[in-house]
Design a protein around this ligand. Sequence first.
Ligand code: FES
Length: 103
Amino acid sequence: MERGAPTRWHRIELEGDRALVEIDGETIAVFASEGRLHAVANACPHEGNPLVEGEILGDSLTCAYHGWRFDLETGACLFGDVPVRRFPVELRDGEIWVALDRE
Ligand code: FES
């Protein structure tokens, strides 16, 4: 996470195992998988299609459009060649909070 930048947290709610939220012009896809939370930029680095429609398998997310695959823990691109941006996400007292600051 960037140091020195203010962190602005926003409470969100999942629909099933995922959520799509817009915060200050950033559209963020949030996923719950195997007890962990992940938040990434919704626009796929390939052609900008919505990653929220992708398939989650453990810590990997496969874009529904052309199959680029990302490691949700690191943002690394496992199939394709551009990583996805991640955002901080936390569970606090049963509520899910996402921050706009980039990791
Ligand atoms: S837009 Fe995601 S793989 Fe092409």
